[in-house]
Design a protein around this ligand. Structure first.
Ligand SMILES: CCCCCCCCCC/C=C\CC(=O)SCCNC(=O)CCNC(=O)[C@H](O)C(C)(C)COP(=O)(O)OP(=O)(O)OC[C@H]1O[C@@H](n2cnc3c(N)ncnc32)[C@H](O)[C@@H]1OP(=O)(O)O
Length: 306
């Protein structure tokens, strides 16, 4: 923009040649300063986020790595309020140029049980619209973040729980839990953005099998198909391994890294950005089908009986 302004204002006074030289000097200076500024900023803008009871953000001053802990007991059911808190936390992290983020859970045996079924059962259209839009926002911000991300999966991660983990760039999971996208088993069709994250994590063939069968994998099987990257015995160790993964970026230009990530994920992000309303309409019309509502109601009952 500066260059455009400069060009338009000097139009009457300078020859073409003079303009070209000056434009080149300004452009070089700006890009040099921009690079230096961006490389510098991470060291000076770490922050302490105001505490939200649903999402705790803890930034390590030295490493610049944030641990983002979901805290909605008993199972981190993804409600509108939890999505809103995550969306806000992701904005704060983005604006404060942290070095990396690790997503984890305060529930002892559950990373996240996925979407809160209460949001899907007998839904109010206005609230569901806000819920779905915030769900989309969280995915766009997490999957498209400029900072590197990892998930320390310290418990079960079915459906939406798995979706959060696979939107990150690296996953470390504790043993003896289950992870996967079991939507088809619930009669639900996985939305496009969820399919994109899965395809970005495992091979196309594994993604097709996993999504159509709705398989929930054990930690060990998840490692075999590449759904997770490492196994760690406890949550603390899982966080440590995630930190090690993120620390590798200390030797990489943050600008080069974030542009590369963005360009690899751009197509998936645009696919949702271009059809957010349509995506909502498809889910809303499916969701209110009496047969789907009955299925969700029965499923909720079966969870309670258990
Ligand atoms: C055709 C189109 C339809 C359109 C629909 C749109 C949606 C598409 C979007 C797709 C994306 C994601 C989909 C989802 O995420 S749907 C949610 C799927 N989740 C699950 O199947 C997980 C269900 N939960 C479990 O399997 C287990 O709870 C657990 C996570 C393995 C933990 O087991 P646990 O023994 O430790 O705990 P448990 O006793 O089962 O649960 C404790 C209480 O929590 C309640 N609860 C569990 N999960 C949920 C949930 N997802 N939402 C709300 N409540 C949940 C459970 O009922 C217990 O309650 P209570 O204490 O008995 O009252």
């Amino acid at each position: 923009m500066l260059l455009t302004l400069f060009e338009s204002h000097t139009h009457f006074f300078l020859s073409m040649f003079q303009k070209m030289i000056l434009t080149k000097i300004i452009s070089n200076t700006l890009s040099l300063h921009k690079k230096q500024l961006i490389e510098w900023l991470p060291a000076v803008r770490y922050f302490s986020s105001p505490t939200n009871p649903l999402v705790n953000v803890d930034v390590n001053d030295k490493s610049g790595i944030a641990v983002v802990t979901m805290n909605r007991k008993p199972v981190n059911g993804l409600s509108l309020e939890l999505f809103e808190a995550m969306s806000k936390a992701l904005d704060d992290l983005e604006n404060n140029r942290i070095r990396g983020a690790i997503l984890t859970s305060s529930c002892p045996t559950v990373f996240s049980a996925g979407l809160d079924l209460n949001e899907l059962y007998q839904p109010d259209k206005k609230r569901f619209k806000a819920f779905w839009t915030t769900f989309q926002d969280v995915w766009l911000k997490l999957y498209g973040s400029s900072f590197p991300t990892a998930a320390a999966i310290n418990g079960h991660a079915p459906a939406g729980g798995c979706f959060l983990a696979i939107s990150c760039e690296y996953r470390v999971m504790c043993p003896d839990y289950k992870i996967g996208l079991n939507e088809t088993r619930l009669g639900i069709i996985a939305p496009i953005f969820l399919r994109a994250s899965m395809r970005n994590t495992v091979s196309n063939r594994e993604a097709e099998k996993a999504l159509t069968l709705g398989t929930l994998y054990s930690t060990e099987d998840a490692l075999k198909i590449g759904l997770i990257d490492e196994i760690a015995i406890y949550k603390v160790k899982a966080i440590e391994r995630c930190e090690n993964f993120l620390a590798q970026f200390n030797n990489v230009s943050s600008i080069a890294r974030s542009f590369t990530k963005r360009s690899l994920r751009q197509k998936d992000l645009e696919e949702l950005e271009n059809c957010r309303e349509e995506d909502f309409n498809i889910f809303w019309s499916n969701l209110i089908e009496p047969s789907v509502q009955k299925q969700i109601g029965d499923y909720m009952q079966s969870l309670k009986k258990k």
